[in-house]
Design a protein around this ligand. Structure first.
Ligand code: NAD
Length: 329
């Protein structure tokens, strides 16, 4: 029998962790917090006096009162901490990317499946109401056959020195591309360059090809004059753009496409119809993501699907990274 209001502990109280604390405090029974920083522990202990605070992740993992553990620590720690929590019998929500190697994520997914637990990666954009709209349009066949998808995630900054633009920015677009197309790529190529910090690519271009023949592209960069957060889906009948920088028109549908008039003997022409923006709910994606995790903990929904999504994303990132580093596939 699963708890109606799951008890939750959170590790990693940094820039992103504080948002998870705010949401889980509102949605669940938040009992414990963990961070290596004494200053953060002290400040969170003051703000959340009903939670226990520790520096020791093992204490959180072994806490018999907790149903679930949320991990928002730096990326290289994710796999080890998630594994420790699953082995202790806890449901796990682990920030993106949940592991740095496909094999590691497969191991986490298998461990979760074996123990009947959730291992959910933090693929935030999948909970964005605009991405849900794209998925609905694709699945309903509104766009006709989808031909290609591309993501633009560019800005000037934040310049990272521990992870490249592929790992820092690419997870978001990749999780959406794989979700929309519902396939894993048969080819994954990446090119890029490290201009600022040796070995850390600031600009990365990725190309993906899928068994169905669909193709995808991602432009990931923190050296760019444009702040862009855009995903474009090109269908044979219609095209749609999700622009996360547009406060009002998040999704725009273009009734544009190629067509062949009978009298032109097979020559392609183009067709332009209406351009419109459906209303997109203003719900906070992180709130929806936390709600989904708690539903899975309660036994509602497909626990194995979220872990499989994590496997597909990490496996593809790993292939792209090998290509970027010039390692033959
Ligand atoms: N979904 C999103 O849109 C999104 C956005 C930002 C960050 N993130 C992810 O969130 C994670 C954290 O990013 P951040 O920007 O908050 O980093 P951060 O450096 O601000 O915070 C990480 C915290 O983890 C703590 N920590 C490190 N090792 C620990 C351990 N073993 N046990 C307990 N605490 C430990 C650190 O002391 C630090 O306070 C990353 O995985 C990042 O990819 C996701």
């Amino acid at each position: 029998m699963e708890a109606l209001t799951p008890t939750v502990g959170i590790a990693g109280l940094g820039h992103w962790g504080k948002n998870l604390v705010r949401n889980f405090e509102a949605l669940a029974d938040l009992r414990a917090l963990c961070d290596l920083s004494p200053e953060l522990r002290e400040s969170f202990a003051r703000r959340y006096p009903n939670t226990r605070v520790t520096a020791d992740f093992a204490e959180l993992a072994e806490d018999p009162e907790l149903d679930a553990i949320v991990i928002a620590t730096p990326v290289p720690t994710h796999y080890t901490l998630a594994k420790q929590a699953l082995e202790a019998g806890k449901h796990v929500f682990v920030e993106k990317p949940p592991a740095m190697r496909g094999e590691e994520m497969e191991e986490l997914a298998a461990l979760a499946a074996e123990r009947g637990l959730t291992c959910m990666p933090g693929h935030l954009l999948l909970y964005h109401p605009a991405v849900r709209k794209l998925k609905q349009l694709v699945d309903a066949g509104e766009l006709g056959d989808v031909l290609c998808v591309y993501g633009n995630r560019q800005n000037l900054g934040i310049i990272r020195k521990d992870e490249n633009a592929l790992w820092s920015l690419g997870v978001h677009d990749l999780s959406v591309i794989l979700y929309l197309l519902d396939e894993e790529p048969s080819e994954a190529w990446a090119h890029g360059n490290a201009f600022l910090n040796p070995g850390v690519e600031d600009v990365v271009f990725c190309y993906l090809r899928f068994p169905s023949g669909k193709i995808a592209h991602m432009h990931l960069s923190w050296l760019d004059p444009h702040k862009m957060r855009k995903i474009t889906v090109v269908g044979r009948d219609k095209m749609v753009v999700f622009d996360d920088m547009d406060p009002e028109r998040k999704v725009t549908i273009y009734e544009k496409g190629p067509w062949q008039a009978a009298e032109t003997y097979g020559e392609w022409q183009t067709r332009t119809g209406d351009i419109y923006s459906p209303k997109i709910p203003n719900d906070e994606p992180l709130r929806l993501e936390c709600q989904h995790f708690l539903a899975l903990v309660r036994g509602e929904g497909d626990r194995e699907q979220v872990a499989r999504d994590g496997v597909a994303v990490v496996r593809t990132l790993e292939q792209l990274q090998s290509s970027l580093a010039g390692i033959p596939a």
